[in-house]
Design a protein. Structure first.
Ligand code: FMN
Length: 196
């Protein structure tokens, strides 16, 4: 039976729950699934597909990006999908990046304040700005699928510097923005995206 790994990074725990939901959907399709924090994973031997998830934390979570780079060679053999959680995304209409289709949670993107001229924050929160480092990390292999979903931000769970960054740069109000139907629908399509 095919075995899938869902490996995640998290700062405050909410992406771990997203990874769990992704794993549940894949298991529902009849595949074996391991959902694990990526910190303890040494190799990808024995897996027929790998999903790597992480939150935007001043760029995609550093450990998730490092994981992609570290296992870049393995992704020539094992299909890869990636998901990102975030609180802020500028609506630019981008749905593909370098030919890879991106599933964007429809509740997440916000239109720019002024058409035609993006503010610093709006430019920063463009899909291409968020995802380009991640595509570079796996190049020349591209993920079979990318999903970007709303996350959860709770200032009480964070260190002071993280609160400061989230308030000043992303200016996202705290709250729960995880869209479970969108997350689960994306996950249910992964076995097909992996051609399993
Ligand atoms: C320090 C910090 C930086 C963040 N940077 C971004 C960001 O650049 N863009 C964004 O959309 N969300 C950003 N967020 C929001 C997180 O991506 C979001 O809250 C995510 O769901 C957190 O996942 P976790 O609970 O697994 O850590 C940031 C949050 C923190 C605390």
């Amino acid at each position: 039976m095919n075995r899938i790994l869902v490996a995640y990074a998290t700062m405050a725990g909410s992406t771990a729950e997203v990874a769990q939901a992704v794993g549940e959907e894949i298991a529902r399709c009849g595949l074996l699934v391991d959902v694990l924090p990526l910190a303890g994973i040494q190799e990808l031997e024995g897996y027929d597909g790998v999903i790597v998830g992480g939150p935007m934390i001043m760029g995609w979570h550093r450990a998730a990006l490092h994981f992609l780079k570290k296992h870049k060679k393995a992704f020539q053999r094992v299909p890869l999908a990636v998901f990102v959680t975030a609180m802020s995304l500028t609506q630019t209409g981008e749905m593909t990046l370098d030919g890879v289709k991106v599933s964007v949670d429809e509740n997440l993107p916000k239109p720019p304040e002024k058409q035609g001229r993006l503010t610093f924050k709006e430019r920063y929160a463009r899909l291409s700005n968020y995802l380009r480092p991640l595509l570079r990390a796996t190049h020349p292999v591209a993920p079979a699928s990318i999903g970007i979903f709303g996350g959860r931000l709770e200032y009480g769970r964070l260190k002071w510097w993280a609160v400061l960054f989230a308030m000043l740069i992303i200016q996202a109000p705290a709250g729960e923005r995880r869209n479970w139907p969108a997350i689960r629908a994306w996950a249910a399509g992964l076995p097909a995206a992996f051609q399993l």
